[in-house]
Structure formats: structure tokens, C-alpha cells
Design a protein around this ligand. Structure first.
Ligand code: KG4
Ligand code: ZN
Length: 350
């Protein structure tokens, strides 16, 4: 009997223990999740400092680091949860979107664990994983809700209608918000990862530099975004001031950029909530860790009948727990992959 013939007869468990494996970018992350929401272990080994020397993620370095870190992260997770491999009911792994070589490390590793234990292999979309982080943040959370997806590769307002049914209400037409943070960091001479460093600097500055305000409506799409104009405006401002020999207040640039980049996310999430009659807003993706975004959202829901779910910062940026949480949902549906599962650089949300 082949591996997959055996898996076809697998009985889905009521309260499964799932290992979530994430290697799509520069974090090697392995978590163990019980029943979709309870974290038993959550290990993250980051190669960010390796990339900092180059000003951004170097895919080959990311892949190489995953190959050495993945075993350590897995052993540590099992030890913390006080479990052995045989206690794991399924292996959920990010198969995309992300850096292909990096993804392949996690996918191959998860396949070997699934094959050797005879347990299901659950393919997980990285984006859906980010959204599922909110189920860990609020154990009682159930769809429907609006989520702001704000990461290094994506910026969208999404209506999560059901655990498996999503509608993208709007997205960026060009750069992602995290990408804009990273590029602005570079022009300000800040090291990788750009987002947290821009935030740190912005905390010392003021929103006094005139930057383009986001239009309310792009190409008729109320919930679409555009970040490339804002990014270019910051770059032009810095270069123009420098060529005039003027001293730049970098903290003010960081703060003004942060306000322009974030205010529109908050505004549109609230607009979507009102327009479509939702009462819950969640945040996901690395930019969700931004303190200004978090406090601006808290302020904007005050006095309104809107529940706000802000996952811990650790669960906004890439982690294995979110892959375990989404893996649980896919497991319940019996969405199991065979050993020919491939990694994919791009994965549709739906
Ligand atoms: O979700 P994530 O860890 O990886 C992707 O799926 O892209 O997001 C990474 C992005 C990077 O662009 C990073 O600069 C940004 O999230 N980021 C932040 C903060 N922390 C991470 N941006 C603004 N403020 C932060 N505190
Ligand atoms: Zn991510």
C-alpha cells in the first residue's frame, strides 16, 4: 500500500495535535498546536541578522539557514511540548507563497515526517496562515470578520465570510505596505528588517513632512491601495533635500511616512466594516506588529460596536503557530497532500 492509499483511510480526529512548519522567507518556524488554537510549542529561528549585511533577504542564505535550523527547531518544539513525533497527528507546512528554495526545505522536511510516521501531510497557504493567527489571538473568534492583511508581499482588506470562504475587497495595485517600509528604511540608511527600524525612528519624530495622502478611490476600487507613489515621494524628498545640502530630520520622515502608510489601512478597514455590516476587525501580517497601526485601530474603534483582534506581535510576523492553526482547518476538511506536493512561489488566496 502506498503512503497516500494509507492516508485515504485515515480517520480525522476530533482534537488533533498538529505540527506547523514555516520556511517561506527568513524564519525557520515550527509550532505544535492542539485543537487548532492552543499553542503547545512555538519555535522560531530567524536568519534576519545574516541578511542585514546585504540590506535585504538573500534567498540562498535563507534556504541554507533553513536546512540547518529546521531540525533544531523541530527537536526544540517537541521537547517544549513534551511530545514525541508519534504524538503528532498531522504535519502542516507552508507550500507557498514565498521564496521557492526556502519553501522547498520545509516542504521536503514535512514530507519526510509525514511519510515516516504515516500521518497526513497538510498543505497550507502562507496568506491563509497569517489570517488564521487571529484564531490563536482570540480563542472564541469565529467568522465572519474583516481582516487587514499587511505583510511584506501583500496588502489587502479581506472579508472572511467563513473559515474557508474569503472575499478580497481590495488590494494594493503596486507595492505592499511592508515592502514600502523596507524601501523607506533603506533610503533612511536603516538596516534590514526595515519595518521595525522605521517604527523605532518614527517614535522620535513628528508627522510634519507633506507626503501624498492616499486617494480614497483607485480605479473605482474603494478598498484598493497604492504604495509606490508614497515610497517615491519619500525617496524624492530625501534626495532633493540632500542635493540642496539641507539637513534631514530622519525621524520626521519616518513618522510622516508611517502615518501616510498606516492611516489609509485603518480608514479602509473601518469603511469596509461599516459598508458590509461586519462587527469584527482582525489584523494579520508583519506590519500588524506596528505599534502605530495597533494604537490607531484601537482609537478608531473606540465608542463603536466593533471588536478588534490584534494578535501578539510574534504572531503577526512569520511563525509556525499560524501554519498549525490554518493546518487544523485544512485537516478537518481532509485536505491532505501526497508526497508529490511541490512548493509554489505564488499561491492564490482563494
Ligand atoms: O508577514 P511577514 O513577516 O512576512 C511576509 O509574509 O511578508 O512581514 C514582513 C514585513 C516586512 O516588510 C517588515 O518590514 C514588516 O513586515 N514589518 C513591519 C514591522 N514589523 C515587521 N512594518 C512596520 N512596523 C513593524 N513593526
Ligand atoms: Zn508572512
Amino acid at each position: 500500500m502506498t503512503y497516500f492509499e494509507k492516508i485515504k483511510n485515515y480517520q480525522i480526529k476530533e482534537n488533533p495535535i498538529i505540527m506547523g512548519i514555516e520556511t517561506s522567507c527568513d524564519e525557520t518556524a515550527v509550532a505544535i498546536i492542539k485543537n487548532g488554537r492552543e499553542i503547545l510549542a512555538d519555535e522560531i529561528i530567524s536568519s534576519a541578522t545574516e541578511h542585514a549585511k546585504f540590506g535585504g533577504v538573500v534567498p540562498e542564505i535563507a534556504s541554507r539557514t533553513h536546512t540547518t535550523a529546521i531540525l533544531t527547531a523541530t527537536r526544540n518544539a517537541l521537547k517544549k511540548a513534551n511530545l514525541s513525533l508519534d504524538d503528532i497527528d498531522a504535519f502542516a507546512v507552508t507550500y507557498g507563497a514565498g521564496l521557492l528554495g526556502a519553501l522547498l526545505v520545509g516542504v521536503s522536511f514535512a514530507k519526510s515526517l509525514a511519510f515516516s510516521t504515516g500521518k497526513p501531510l497538510v498543505p497550507v497557504s502562507h496568506i491563509r496562515g497569517h489570517i488564521a493567527a487571529s484564531y490563536i489571538a482570540d480563542k472564541a473568534l469565529e467568522p465572519p470578520f474583516i481582516t487587514i492583511l499587511a505583510s511584506g508581499g501583500h496588502t489587502s482588506i479581506i472579508a472572511v465570510k467563513d473559515y474557508y470562504d474569503f472575499e478580497i475587497l481590495g488590494s494594493t495595485l503596486d507595492d505592499a505596505v511592508g515592502e514600502a517600509f523596507d524601501k523607506v528604511a533603506r533610503v533612511l540608511g536603516l538596516s534590514y528588517p526595515g519595518g521595525p527600524n522605521v517604527e523605532r525612528l518614527a517614535n522620535q519624530g513628528q508627522n510634519v513632512i507633506p507626503l501624498p495622502k492616499m486617494l480614497k478611490n483607485y480605479n473605482g476600487g474603494d478598498f484598493d491601495f497604492s504604495y509606490s507613489g508614497l515610497k517615491t515621494a519619500v525617496i524624492n524628498y530625501v534626495h532633493n533635500e540632500e542635493s540642496r545640502g539641507n539637513q534631514i530630520n530622519k525621524a520626521d520622515v519616518a513618522k510622516s511616512f508611517q502615518c501616510s502608510a498606516i492611516d489609509v489601512l485603518v480608514e479602509k478597514a473601518l469603511l469596509a466594516t461599516k459598508k458590509f455590516g461586519y462587527d469584527t476587525i482582525c489584523v494579520c501580517g508583519g506590519v500588524g506588529a506596528n505599534g502605530y497601526l495597533r494604537s490607531a485601530l484601537q482609537d478608531s474603534v473606540k465608542g463603536k460596536n466593533i471588536k478588534l483582534i490584534l494578535p501578539e506581535k510574534r504572531y503577526c510576523t512569520d511563525n509556525g503557530a499560524m501554519i498549525g492553526a490554518e493546518g487544523y482547518l485544512q485537516y478537518k476538511k481532509g485536505n491532505f497532500a501526497d508526497l508529490d506536493l511541490n512548493a509554489s512561489a505564488v499561491v492564490p488566496l482563494k
